[in-house]
Design a protein around this ligand. Structure first.
Ligand SMILES: Nc1ncnc2c1ncn2[C@@H]1O[C@H](COP(=O)(O)OP(=O)(O)O)[C@@H](O)[C@H]1O
Ligand SMILES: [Mg+2]
Length: 279
């Protein structure tokens, strides 16, 4: 991992009217690093994610600094971002993230055509190869279907493929596994881990789920009521949590699953990055 921050958030404060929903948040995401923003429901995680993505609602006022590769983006909405400051995103609700009327293939082809200048034929081949790399069965048939014809887990892996096809240096995933059963959650987390590793994409993973974070992330920023209360390597936070809320989070996670499993560092050979490089 190199030492350049892809993302630097400093003193981020977001208000809705007079209420501060994020208050003085600062953290960095380094190149190729996976970091989680962990907190209870209502702690300000999605407002933070949306500020990074440039998707805050008009009612929100924002202060502080959000830099992507050193460029200030806090006041630039997603639609006005230039290529270098685009951030790929994966949301909790895969059904509403995709166009219900368009086929999976046409949606996946779009970034290859729009951002990488491929012909439709080459873009379709790249889309099929990406779905195959996501371990989705029979991708040639899958690309002809619409989102409603897929399971939740298949759809979320399509969303990850779509985010990867954008070839950004940072991806933000806001509770991407929360709506899924545990087996499907594991598949989606694995897809995220393998693909961000292969492409060296940095990931800001938003979750309230310590188990999910432990399977994916190297570092964590823990927030409570919009403020950071603790941060550091996830292993250290799990074995020696300092703040009361972090201790409660770890105790609750242990009571559900006694050993908080961390993934083996050795990851299988995978080639979506090569695929994207050659696209
Ligand atoms: N439109 C709104 N007006 C005022 N407060 C809001 C609005 N939307 C959300 N909030 C409040 O902002 C806080 C943070 O919300 P959010 O970032 O969605 O939390 P999280 O993603 O951590 O569950 C919550 O306490 C919520 O009640
Ligand atoms: Mg949220």
């Amino acid at each position: 991992m190199c030492s350049d921050p892809v993302l630097s958030v400093r003193d981020l404060r977001i208000q809705i009217g007079r209420q501060a929903v994020v208050d003085g948040l600062s953290f960095d995401v380094m190149s190729g690093e996976r970091i989680c923003l962990l907190g209870a429901s209502g702690s300000g995680k999605s407002f933070t994610a949306n500020a990074v993505l440039g998707l805050l609602p008009p009612a929100a006022t924002v202060q502080g600094s959000i830099r992507l590769h050193g460029r200030e983006i806090i006041a630039t909405p997603a639609a006005r971002r230039i290529n270098e400051t685009r951030v790929a995103m994966v949301f909790q609700d895969s059904l509403s993230a995709l166009n219900p009327l368009a086929s999976i293939g046409s949606q996946l082809c779009e970034p290859f055509i729009r951002h990488h200048g491929l012909s439709r034929k080459k873009a379709t081949a790249a889309a099929v190869a990406l779905l195959e790399a996501m371990k989705l069965h029979d991708p040639e048939r899958l690309v002809k279907r619409t989102p409603a014809e897929l399971s939740g887990g298949q759809r979320q892996r399509v969303c990850i493929a779509l985010a990867m096809a954008c070839k950004t240096s940072l991806m933000v995933a806001d509770e991407p596994t929360t709506a899924l059963d545990v087996v499907t959650q594991a598949q989606v987390l694995r897809a995220l881990r393998e693909h961000t590793d292969a492409a060296r994409t940095a990931l800001l993973f938003i979750t309230h789920d310590l188990h999910a974070a432990a399977q994916l992330c190297q570092r964590a920023v823990i927030i409570e009521r919009g403020e950071m209360i603790e941060s550091g390597p996830l292993d250290a936070l799990i074995t020696a949590p300092k703040h009361r809320f972090t201790r409660e989070l770890v105790a609750a996670a242990h009571s559900v699953q006694p050993s908080l499993a961390r993934p083996a560092e050795a990851l299988p050979e995978y080639t979506p990055h090569d695929l994207l490089q050659s696209a």
